[in-house]
Write a protein that binds this ligand. Structure first.
Ligand code: SRM
Ligand code: SF4
Length: 584
């Protein structure tokens, strides 16, 4: 808390921001292409990142020109679910402003890249008109709440979706700053919420009112993430969240929730005091009590999280510093009641949502893999056009997955063949034509939009995955289900440490390879090769694949195999390729 410690600069910016206003409104009206640092920090709470085009930065500098200032806006979509109309609004915005594409995020949101300052207001207003929002998509608050995406019409999936939306709304900051700064319509700014009954439903729009008992004036020490899954389907990597909620059902009856705390993946290379961590099970919460317990966890982090060192500010460090008994007792104190120990639950599984599946009400949903979540038209692949046409013609409601893919729901059986034909016409590869590795590979945006990227990720995903699939094929392993995640730096945005293979940008052109996670997301992988030049990444993995093909135990997965072998054994396989790759 304030007082005894020396708080980081970010804390002062928040406290002095007058409820996230800063000088944003006046800055928006001036001629500058960007915002001053303190406003740029506040912009994050409004769902906006200030950056620049990194591809042109050096050339521009050499010519004495300023950086090409660009912004990213992130739409918060709890559970990833939109109506067809909402999707079409986002699609149209991609043509009006920014980079003519939509980027599905690893937390089921949508990002617009390449915006210039004057486009921010119109973009946010159009999003608001379609009853969506970017508030709290970023910043030191509860971010987009993720949920198992399957649009099945049963009590389990309905509950997860409704709860994701509910928690997201309840934990959205109440400040009117967002409305004041961005909404063109004064009435909207005054009321914050549209006055008419929202159809389609509002997605993550906050309740009106300024007083914010949850966040106070300094908000949280750091970002805070919540995910909702079931043991039967952990396709969202629920344990990577600060607060992981595992809903337990007997048939269609909710029996309660196991909650786990302290997940988070960011690390800094060579700083062992920073590390990825999966959330630890802490308690069982009866039905009807989840919001109150979640609030207690958030309040604990607000009051005890580290406000001096942002690298040590996530809940995961509080959990490790204080220990689980203290954490549980403190949650109980804020909640006001004792909590039961976690209930027994089955092992986690991951359901494949790609391809056609029945919804359970006579209609169907179709999962379409999207490479790195980038919905665009590029060469022969015109994914954006195909999706626009299908969503528009068949009123197919999209759900974004935490694996950066899209599910189109509410489809009649009689429309399936025509939809398949549309996808073929626009060059979209169906899920069945991909190998499991291609299907499950993820990559973060990295260059040129991410200011923190050390290496490429999204732009090398397809060629690198193709090389790795070729390597697997040479060993007869192309049908192995292996999760692969690529990021351009160690922050972990595509959850590389929760995959069986994590390829993490180390220095320009070089990657660290992490191996040995499990597919259902319950075990972190570990650093095996520290600096592998890009050109050697697939070859290095191939050595491990070769050994796996001959020395695996019966039924052993690739992740389990790498987990079983010591680092020395894995490194020895590729010693001639990776002389400089050994780690201490
Ligand atoms: Fe992330 C920062 C992109 C999910 C951990 N993340 C960033 C920024 C905003 C860079 C920045 O701060 O300047 C990236 C913008 C890049 C760009 O050009 O768009 C960025 N993160 C993303 C997305 C778009 C990656 C993607 O491939 O989809 C994801 C947006 C999710 C959303 O809709 O909210 C995204 N980021 C994640 C995840 C995965 C998750 O939550 O499931 C993680 C790891 C889990 C975690 O939070 O620990 C993640 N992002 C980070 C971190 C490290 C946080 C830490 O505690 O160390 C940073 C850097 C930071 O916060 O200082 C970061
Ligand atoms: Fe940027 Fe690093 Fe996140 Fe990739 S992992 S988007 S490079 S912060």
């Amino acid at each position: 808390m304030a007082g005894a410690i020396k708080e980081s600069k970010a804390e002062a910016v928040k406290r002095e921001s007058r409820g996230l206003r800063g000088t944003l409104k006046t800055a928006l009206a001036n001629e500058d292409s960007g915002f001053v640092d303190s406003d740029a920090q506040l912009l994050k709470f409004h769902g906006i990142y200030q950056g620049y085009d990194r591809d042109t930065a050096t050339a521009r500098k050499n010519q004495g020109m300023a950086k090409d200032r660009r912004f990213m806006a992130r739409v918060k979509i709890p559970g990833g679910r939109l109506t067809a109309e909402q999707y079409l609004t986002l699609d149209a915005l991609a043509d009006q402003y920014g980079a003519r594409n939509l980027r599905i995020t690893t937390r089921q949101g949508i990002q617009f890249h390449g915006l210039v300052k004057s486009e921010l207001g119109p973009t946010l207003n159009a999003i608001h008109q379609a009853l969506m929002t970017t508030i709290a998509a970023c910043g030191d608050v509860v971010r987009n709440v993720t949920a198992t995406p399957a649009p099945r019409k049963d009590a389990v999936h309905r509950h997860l979706q409704e709860m994701a939306r509910h928690l997201s709304q309840r934990f959205t900051p109440r400040s009117r700053a967002y409305a004041e700064v961005w909404y063109a319509d004064e009435e909207a700014a005054a009321t914050e919420l549209p006055t008419r009954a929202p159809t389609p439903p509002a997605v993550g729009v906050p309740p009106a009112g300024e007083d914010d008992p949850l966040y106070g004036d300094a908000y949280l020490p750091r970002k805070f993430k919540i995910g909702l899954a079931t043991p039967e389907d952990n396709s969202i990597d629920v344990l990577a969240n600060d607060l992981a909620v595992i809903a337990l059902f007997e048939g269609e009856r909710l029996t309660g929730y196991n909650i786990a705390v302290g997940g988070g993946l960011g690390l800094t290379h060579n700083k062992p005091q920073t590390y990825p961590r999966l959330a630890s099970l802490v308690a069982f919460v009866p039905p009807g009590e989840l919001e109150a317990v979640a609030r207690a966890v958030i309040l604990m982090q607000r009051d005890f999280g580290d406000r001096a060192d942002r690298r040590h500010a996530r809940l995961k460090y509080l959990v490790d510093d204080r220990g689980l008994p203290w954490i549980k007792a403190t949650i109980e104190r804020y909640y006001g009641q004792a909590l039961r120990d976690p209930a027994p639950m089955p092992p986690f599984e991951v359901v494949d949502h790609m391809g056609w599946h029945p919804q359970g009400d006579g209609r169907w949903y179709l999962g379409i893999p999207v490479s790195s979540g980038r919905i665009e038209d590029s060469g022969a692949l015109r994914l954006r056009t195909a999706l626009r046409r299908i969503v528009g013609e068949y009123c197919a409601a999209p759900v974004f997955t935490a694996t950066q893919d899209i599910i189109l729901s509410e489809i009649r059986a009689t429309d399936r063949a025509a939809i398949d034909a549309t996808l073929r016409e626009f060059g979209v590869t169906p899920a069945e034509a991909l190998t499991p590795l291609e299907r499950y590979a993820m990559a973060c945006p990295a260059l040129p939009t991410c200011g923190l990227a050390l290496t490429e990720a999204e732009r090398i995903r397809n060629p690198l995955v193709a090389e790795i699939v070729a390597a697997l094929t040479r060993h007869g392993l192309e049908q192995e289900r292996i999760s692969l995640r690529i990021t351009g730096c160690p922050n972990g945005c595509a959850r590389p440490y929760a995959g069986e293979i994590g390829i993490v940008g180390r220095t320009p052109g070089q990657y660290a390879l992490f191996l040995g996670g499990d597919f259902p997301g319950t075990r972190l992988n570990r650093l095996v090769f520290e600096r592998v030049p890009y050109a050697q990444v697939a070859a290095t993995l191939e050595r491990v694949f070769g050994h796996f093909a001959t020395a695996r135990l019966e039924g052993e997965t690739f992740g389990d195999f790498c987990h079983r072998l010591p680092n020395e054994a894995l490194r020895a396989l590729a010693a001639d390729l990776t002389d400089r790759a050994a780690v201490a």
